[in-house]
Write a protein that binds this ligand. Structure first.
Ligand code: ADP
Length: 574
């Protein structure tokens, strides 16, 4: 896992490598300063030698400046390395998610992928920054300061044989408890992000159902989990400083007591004792810093694992770039095809069918009967579990995924428009589409009537998600966009549900007359939308239970007849 992540440091390795060097410089100066101060006291002030005081003071200022400069450079290079590292992780994660199949996205879930690209990356960035700064700084400071104490105070350093284990125990007790709370708080972000995404994405539904209060309560609960765990963690963390200070002062008292005796017998000078006080602080605080890094690392461990999981997972669908590029015609064949989303689920059960190129097909069936799933297999949004799906006489898996999807244009139920102009949105289908092609596709999809009434026409602005267009207008724009791909097969999955019946009929007429070569598959709950199809498949429970023309089904299928009478009766009475 660490290898997968650390390889993302890439071009920022120089900054990551130079940071510890700056830290070494900073520590060296910090450790030198107390010794210089001891010298200025013992050799300068005690002997009233102003020359020594002057010279050492200049050295002290220089050491302080250098320490400051190294510290600043270290902070700069560490932030450069860690922010670059985070950028690379986000970039690679995004690229990986883009290569995912629908099944992979289902497996991770969209909110979880968002957390993995935001909060998790932030955690990793923070712990990486701490690691390259403190992991080097703290141990070096600890060792240098211990050496200096030994050098200046000799046996006095034995005080630390007691102080260090005591502080280490205190840190362990505090951090082991805070770790539990912080881990829970960061896990809470997963739920929090899901709630925010769901509610903001569906804000119109929330408002339409006047669910603001309930959704606010759900939001508050998810935010409370984060707040409570941080609060509990920080309450325990608050003991860090008193414990640290208690141990430091206990050391200073012990050192003063023992140091005074050493001074009396002439084995230690006053300045040296003063320097040991500063080293005491350096030794104990470096211990504390190591503790903090360990906590941060353990908190972000889960984040690292979650990111590595995305980066190391291979897309479950091979895009087959070397595959067949030409789709001979728009014929479709299902040969004993079965499919399920989970391992044991059966959503399509042994489906066999044949659609000739250029036919218009209707698919009818109750919600959940597998209609969307069936058409998803044609464009290889999912792969069949068993059996073969063929397009243009070839197994769909033998085509390059791009070529297949360029030729099988699907207007999904939840199709989205993107921020930009109408023309830009339509050109998603074909970036090189001429104005003439745009006009033709717009005529077929009945986009032209409402676009021509808009002041800016095809340059009209589309808000995020196309919210400044009505549901029916959005559907028509999505059909035009799909047509611009100039595919061999066009699949409309309930894509005219929000379009009035007259416009719906007009679109079907245009599809039949203007793009005769296209194979058209229309899923609809509205019988009038599929009545004139060459074949109608009736689905139920993942199987095709009947098939035929409208006339054939009217004659032999009671359920179809009943549906027709219900819908036609309703229409006539309306
Ligand atoms: P229809 O289009 O006829 O309404 P679908 O093909 O959308 O039916 O769904 C068929 C079944 O598959 C339903 O039980 C649905 O819950 C399930 N299903 C659809 N999409 C998914 C998915 N992405 N993950 C898991 N189950 C799904």
């Amino acid at each position: 896992m660490l290898k997968i992540l650390l390889s993302r440091v890439r071009e920022y390795w120089k900054y990551a490598a130079i940071t510890p060097l700056f830290m070494v410089g900073e520590v060296a100066m910090e450790v030198l300063i107390p010794t210089l101060m001891a010298y200025v006291v013992d050799a300068g002030i005690s002997n009233t030698d102003m020359d020594v005081v002057r010279r050492v003071s200049i050295m002290l200022v220089a050491a302080a400046m250098l320490s400051l400069s190294f510290g600043m450079l270290g902070a700069w290079s560490a932030s450069k390395a860690s922010s670059g590292f985070a950028k690379n992780i986000r970039h690679d994660e995004y690229a990986k998610v883009m290569s995912f199949s629908f099944a992979d996205i289902d497996r991770f879930s969209t909110p979880s992928l968002i957390t993995r690209m935001t909060t998790d990356v932030q955690n990793v960035q923070m712990s990486f920054q701490m690691m390259i700064r403190i992991c080097v700084r703290a141990p070096i400071m600890f060792i240098f300061a211990m050496i200096m104490v030994w050098h200046n105070g000799g046996a006095l350093s034995l005080v630390f044989a007691v102080a260090i284990p005591v502080l280490a125990c205190g840190i362990y007790l505090i951090f082991s408890r805070t770790h539990t709370y912080f881990t829970k708080a960061f896990k809470g972000y997963d739920v929090f992000n899901r709630v925010v995404q769901e509610n903001l994405g569906g804000i119109r539904t929330v408002k339409a159902y006047v669910r603001e209060d309930q959704q606010q309560a759900i939001f508050n609960d998810s935010a409370a989990v984060i707040r409570d765990n941080f609060k509990k963690g920080q309450r325990i963390m608050a003991f860090t400083s008193p414990i640290m200070m208690s141990v430091t002062f206990a050391c200073i008292i012990a050192l003063s007591y023992l140091g005074a005796r050493y001074i009396n017998i002439g084995q230690l000078q006053t300045g040296e004792l003063l320097s040991i006080y500063t080293y005491t602080f350096q030794i104990l605080s470096s211990l504390l810093m190591v503790g903090m890094v360990i906590v941060m690392m353990s908190i972000s461990w889960a984040s690292m694992q979650r990111i590595a999981e995305v980066l190391s997972s291979e897309p479950s669908m091979d895009p087959n770039p070397e595959g067949e590029k030409e789709v001979a015609d728009g014929s479709i064949e299902f040969d004993h095809v079965s499919f399920g989303y989970g391992r044991d689920s059966v959503v399509l059960d042994d489906i066999s069918l044949r659609i000739e190129s250029g036919q218009m097909i209707g698919i009818l069936g109750p919600t959940g009967s597998g209609k969307t799933t069936l058409i998803s297999l044609i464009a290889r949004l999912y792969d069949a579990k068993s059996g073969t799906v063929k397009v243009g006489g070839r197994d769909v898996r033998s085509y390059s995924l791009k070529a297949l999807r360029d030729n099988v244009s699907v207007v999904l139920q939840k199709n989205t428009l993107f921020t930009g102009t109408v023309a830009e949105n339509l050109r998603w289908g074909n970036p090189d589409a001429s104005d003439e092609a745009i006009r033709k596709a717009s005529d077929i999809a009945s986009v032209t009537p409402f676009i021509s009434s808009m002041k800016d026409g095809f340059d009209s602005h589309v808000d995020q998600g196309g919210t400044n267009f009505s549901g029916g207008q959005r559907q028509r724009l999505c059909i035009a966009r799909a047509l611009l791909k100039d595919p061999r097969i066009l699949i409309l999955d309930d894509s005219t549900s929000a379009v009035d019946t007259a416009t719906d009929a007009q679109i079907r007429r245009a599809l039949r007359e203007d793009v005769q070569h296209l194979t058209k598959i229309i899923i609809s709950q509205r019988l009038s939308s599929i009545m004139d199809a060459d074949q109608i498949f009736m689905m139920s429970g993942g199987r095709i239970v009947d098939r035929g023309t409208h006339a054939e089904l009217m004659e032999r299928n009671a359920e179809y007849r009943q549906l027709y009478e219900m819908q036609e009766g309703g229409r006539k009475n309306a």
